[in-house]
Design a protein around this ligand. Structure first.
Ligand SMILES: [Zn+2]
Length: 298
C-alpha cells in the first residue's frame, strides 16, 4: 500500500485541517484502501472540499446535520449522536465520505441509508470477524454510551502483555492505527491492517507515524464512566504486577479512578475486567465489572 505520488501535495494541503486520526483516514482513502467517513465541521469542509475538487477526488456530504453528545469520562470523545437535523443546511457537523472511486461512495451511502451495516462495514474495510463481533456486542453497548471499545478487551482470552497493534484504546489519546474495534486484541486481521497503516504513515511522515506507534505501545485502563488512563513508563514486575510512575499518567477526565491511580504505584492484573491498585504491596482500591476494560499492550 503506497500513497500515489500525485496525492502527496493534497495530503500536505489538507493535513492542517484534520486531526491525526482523520488524516489517517484520508491517507487510506487516497491509497484506495477504504472509504473514509468522517464527521467534520462546516468550516473544515469549506477548507478541504475545494482542495479535493481541484484534484478530482470525489467527496460527498451527508444530508444530516449532527449534534454529538460527549461521552461521560472520555475527554470530549463522542459515540452518541444527540440530535439530527435534516436538510437545514446550517453550519454544524456533517458526515463526509471520501474515496478515489465515486461508486464506492454511492454504494456506502445506499448501504448506510438502508441500515445494511455489514455491507457498510465491509466498504470501511472492517474484517468480517470484527463486524460479527460488533453485531453480537451491540445490545451491550446500546445500554451504555454506544462505545464498542471494551469488546476488544473483554473478548481477549490470553494474558497480558498483549499484542499492541490492535490496541484500539489509544484512540482516546489522539492516535490510533485502526478505525474500528477489533474482535479481540489477538485479531490477526486487525493487527495486519494496523501494521500496514503504520507503514503507510511512516512513508508519509516518520514523526507522525512514531506518535501512532508509541500510543499503541501503551498500557491503558478503560472505564466506561470514570475515564481512560494511560500508564506511561510502566513495567511488568512479574506476570501480574505492573508498576507505573504515578506522575506520568494521562487521563481523559478526573474521577475516583484517576485519583486512586495517582495514589498507587502498581496494578495487580486479575482479568480483562478486574484489577487492584496497590501502593507498593498494600491494596488501596479494587476495580471490576463490565465497565472496566484493560488494554495492557507493552
Ligand atoms: Zn477480528
Amino acid at each position: 500500500m503506497e500513497l500515489p505520488k500525485k496525492y502527496r501535495s493534497i495530503c500536505q494541503a489538507i493535513e492542517p485541517f484534520l486531526s491525526p486520526i482523520e488524516f489517517r483516514e484520508l491517507l487510506l482513502a487516497l491509497c484506495q484502501e477504504k472509504l473514509a467517513r468522517l464527521i467534520l465541521s462546516t468550516q473544515a469542509i469549506l477548507k478541504i472540499g475545494p482542495i479535493l475538487k481541484n484534484y478530482n477526488i470525489p467527496m460527498a456530504i451527508g444530508k444530516l446535520r449532527i449534534i454529538q453528545k460527549a461521552d461521560q469520562g472520555k475527554g470530549g470523545w463522542s459515540n452518541l449522536i444527540e440530535t439530527v437535523y435534516q436538510n437545514d443546511d446550517k453550519p454544524g457537523f456533517y458526515h463526509i465520505y471520501i474515496s478515489t472511486q465515486i461508486e464506492k461512495i454511492e454504494v456506502a451511502l445506499e448501504a448506510e441509508g438502508n441500515g445494511e451495516y455489514d455491507l457498510f462495514g465491509e466498504i470501511l474495510n472492517i474484517p468480517k470477524c470484527c463486524r460479527n463481533a460488533y453485531g453480537n456486542y451491540l445490545h451491550t453497548i446500546l445500554k451504555k454510551q454506544n462505545d464498542v471499545t471494551p469488546m476488544t478487551s473483554h473478548n481477549t482470552t490470553s494474558f497480558p502483555p498483549h499484542n499492541f497493534w490492535a490496541n484500539i484504546a489509544s484512540q482516546y489519546f489522539g492516535y490510533s492505527l485502526l478505525s474500528f474495534a477489533p474482535c479481540s486484541l489477538n485479531c490477526q486481521y486487525s493487527q495486519k491492517i494496523s501494521q500496514n497503516t503504520y507503514k503507510l504513515l511512516l512513508k508519509y511522515d516518520r514523526i507522525i507515524a512514531e506518535k501512532f506507534f508509541q500510543m499503541h505501545q501503551s498500557n491503558i485502563i478503560y472505564h466506561e464512566y470514570f475515564g481512560i488512563h494511560c500508564l506511561q513508563n510502566s513495567l511488568w514486575k512479574s506476570n501480574n504486577i505492573l508498576t507505573y510512575d504515578p506522575c506520568k499518567i494521562l487521563s481523559t477526565s478526573k474521577s475516583q479512578l484517576s485519583t486512586a491511580l495517582r495514589q498507587g504505584t502498581c496494578i495487580k492484573y486479575l482479568s480483562q475486567k478486574s484489577f487492584y491498585i496497590l501502593n507498593n504491596t498494600e491494596v488501596i482500591s479494587a476495580w471490576c465489572g463490565d465497565d472496566v476494560a484493560l488494554f495492557l499492550c507493552c
